[in-house]
Structures are given as structure tokens and as C-alpha cells.
Design a protein around this ligand. Sequence first.
Ligand SMILES: *Cc1c(COP(=O)(O)O)cnc(C)c1O
Length: 380
Amino acid sequence: MRKPYIFTPGPTEVRENVRLARAIEVTNPDIDESFYDFYKDTCEKISKIIHTNNDVYILSGEGILGLEAACASLTEPKDRVLIIDNGIFGEGFGDFVKIYGGVPVYFSSDRTKEICVEELREFLQKDNQFKYATVVHCDTPSGVLNDISKICPLLKEYGIITVVDSVAAMVGETLKVDEWKVDIALGGSQKAFSAPPGLTILSISEDAFKVMDNRKTPIVGFYCNLTIWREYYTKKWFPYTMPISDIMGLNIAVDNILDEGVERVIERHRKIAYATRKSLEEYGLNLYIKQGYSNTVTVVEPPEQIEVRKIIGHLLEKYNVLLPGSFGYLNNKVIRIGHMGENAHIEKIVYILNVLDLALKDLGYISKHSLVQLFNNYYN
Ligand SMILES: *Cc1c(COP(=O)(O)O)cnc(C)c1O
């Protein structure tokens, strides 16, 4: 099988030094105490990227594990939980809450725009009896970015702790966990970290641990119980054998980010995303989002008369490029360009925009523009 060039909003391309790190001979991560330091060191480096003094953990399991573990650890039967919903992942949090016996209350809004903080404030003035709230930073199927810097402090005014799914934003967008009062921040290895899939990354505040400690009923399950991680370092005990090779890869991916500089990585995403959006619009296509764009993924509607699945199939067949459509209510309606992590480099985005331009023209789209030329005009 010839590996296609992947330009999906996770998994992303993985740099060679990360791939090689996963091939190094390893110790026994349960018994060898030096691994506990290595794990802790990796977590502490991640805490610099997300600006927090809270505990950071790496769990064995793809990003969804973090979403479920947060809900499992916080939810008790009949708890009311506020689900801030302007997308598929946003709404989906409600299902995890239900699994653990909670009662989701949805604050749903226009899916083409970021959450309006003023509307949320009005909502909370009438109803604010919630155990916690969930919100998605970048809801990947649509590419909408929510303003966590305002949403989480607002909820804290009402004593509501927050679970933020930043899986598709972390590293590519600024995330200031402490300043923004995020209680549980969730990330995944295969998005802008640009490590292979398989690891959940999360930070947990003291307020969130307090809620877990004050439960009247025990947390259901073991793998999703976040309290079991709390004393791993002092007790030199992990709840299960850590996937050491995956973590060695992630450690190098984190070094790559810190070596470049957290701010510069974010700026690189911003520049690429801005020129991508502008060039697609000038080329004649419509962006799905009207307000609140994430710099990690751009979601664009196909030209009229050309079906999404046709474009995607043609890109793969003729150009060996894997661009995704979307799912749920966006199935076959939009194309997504995942310019996150290692994919957010000019040589890569220019390549993708070039083949997208060629593919659309192969399929009969008429434009006097060159997508790459337009991109260049906006990139600086
Ligand atoms: C990727 C992603 C996850 C993890 O889920 P997948 O199984 O990889 O889809 C969770 N939340 C968001 C917003 C994501 O983009």
C-alpha cells in the first residue's frame, strides 16, 4: 500500500524524529523508576505548552478516552450538566453524561458561529445549577473555534467547573489553562502535537479533584477514573502498564514544539489558516463557518454541481492525497483541510492547495485563479 499524503485534522503527518523515538529499545515502565521521571518530565513540558500549574497526565487511549474519563469522574446519577453545543463534539458530550446517569442540559446555538458569550450569560442568569459544564475549543467537523478565554471564567463566576475538549486546538491555538480557569483540558497525541494516535493528554485542576473527592457515589469503572492517577509519582505506581514507546514518541513531538517555541507554532498556524481561508474565498468557494474560525482546520463547501465524495475520491486516486469530508449533519456537504501541527507548514499547504485546484478543474470547475497564487498573496 502506498501511503497517501494525509491532510486530515488528525491524524497528522508525524516527523521522522518522532517516528524513530518509537523504535528505541525500552525498559519496563512499571518497575523501572527512571520511567516515572521520564513520564513526569514529559507532562511538565506539556504544561508549558498549555500554561498551567495543574497536574498534567498522559493516558493510554485515543482522545475520546479523555472526554469519557472526565464525564465518568465528575458525573453522579441525576447530576445536571451543562452541555455547550455548537457542533457534533459539543453535542456529543451529552451522550457521555447520560451513560453515567447524569442529566444533560443543552445550551445549543448556531453551528456556523462561535458560542455567543453574551447569550450564554443571559442563559446562566436564569439557570445555573450545574455540577459542571462541557465545551469544545475547536469543533473539528465544522472548524468552529469557541472563545474559551471568556466562556470558562464566566462559568466559574457561577461556581461551575469546566471540561474543555481542546483535542483539535491544543498546540495550534493558544490555551491558557490557569488564566482562563479551565478545570479539565483535554488533548490528543494525533492532532497538533503530531504524534501518532493513541494517547490522551489532560490537565486537572484542584477544583475538579475536589468535585471528584466529594462524590457521594463511587466513580464507575477503573480506566476512566481520573483519581487513580493522582499519586502515581509519589507511590511509583501506574494504574496500568504505560505504552512507553508511544510516550517516547510524544516526548520528542513535545520537544519539537518547545524547540520551535509555543508562540511561534501558534503564529505559524495563524498565518497558514488565514491565507488558506482568504484564498479559498477569492477562488470562489464558501467557507462553512461564518464567525469564529479555528486555525487548525478549514472547512469549505464544494463548488455547486460537484459532489464532495467525487472530489475526495479523485484527490486520492489521481493525486494520492487524503483530504476528508465531514460527518453527521455535514456528511458529503463540506471538505476539510487539516492544517494542524506538522501539516501547518507552507510547503505542505501549498502542495495541498495546488492539487485541490487541479482536482476541481479536472472535475469541471472553472476559475480564472490559481489557488496557490491567491494563497501567496495573503501569506506573509
Ligand atoms: C479528534 C477529536 C477527538 C478525538 O476523537 P476521534 O476519535 O479522533 O475523532 C475529540 N474531540 C475533538 C474535537 C476532536 O477533533
